[in-house]
Design a binder for this molecule. Structure first.
Ligand SMILES: [Zn+2]
Length: 220
């Protein structure tokens, strides 16, 4: 047993040495390990539900006179709207129907006619038999597979817009009618044509050089 002074000092030295080594080893006071930074999380975009649309292109809307709404069972898949003028100063659906019958056609080639106050009221919308019966038009020849008559709704304004301009009431009715048709069939503005700018159609200046196409589209 070590009891003398020398031994005691040696023992003390050993204790100091151990204390020193223990301190150097870093074990005296455990250093808290830095907490890891939280992983940056990528925000998850909200899941959008696809709208459950019907397979049909027909969108029901009743925002229009009842005679603008054909029997749904016979509605065609209309994809475009084509604007015309009669290139005459006056007229109505009955008169144009007679003229077109004389040409050997089935009758008036348009779906709608908008009067200018001569042979029908100013801004009056007349619905023709083609629209009522949902048969193809006869207003825009020359397009591939006759698409403009098969899928294009023909709207004609009474007047010669190389010489005059449509009346304000004609334009109001045209905007109302076209909005109704766009909503019902999902037709965008870029599928609304003047007769002469219908892709693939015959060359013509119909609906006249004065027809305000850009202003009309800005009103839709
Ligand atoms: Zn035309």
């Amino acid at each position: 047993m070590c009891v003398n002074q020398k031994c005691f000092l040696s023992l003390k030295a050993v204790v100091i040495l151990y204390s020193f080594l223990f301190a150097v080893s870093g074990c005296t006071q455990p250093t808290p390990w830095p907490k890891p930074e939280p992983e940056p999380t990528t925000p998850v975009p909200p899941v959008r539900q696809r709208p459950t649309t019907s397979t049909t292109t027909v969108k029901k809307s009743s925002d229009g006179p009842s005679d603008w709404i054909p029997a749904s069972a016979t509605e065609r898949r209309w994809s475009a709207i084509i604007i015309h003028h009669t290139a005459t100063s006056n007229g109505n659906a009955a008169k144009i129907n007679e003229e077109h019958l004389k040409r050997g056609w089935e009758g008036i080639g348009y779906d709608f006619l908008i009067g200018n106050g001569t042979d029908s009221d100013d801004g009056e919308v007349e619905v023709t038999f083609r629209w009522s019966r949902q048969i193809q038009g006869a207003h825009c020849g020359g397009t591939p597979n006759n698409w403009a008559n098969e899928e294009g709704i023909g709207i004609c304004l009474v007047g010669n817009f190389d010489e005059t301009v449509p009346t304000a009431k004609q334009m109001q009715s045209l905007v109302k009618l076209v909005r109704f048709l766009q909503q019902r069939y999902g037709i965008p503005n870029n599928r609304i044509y003047g007769h002469g700018t219908t892709p693939g159609g015959h060359q013509t200046d119909c609906p006249g050089n004065n027809f305000p196409m850009w202003r009309f589209k800005s009103m839709l």
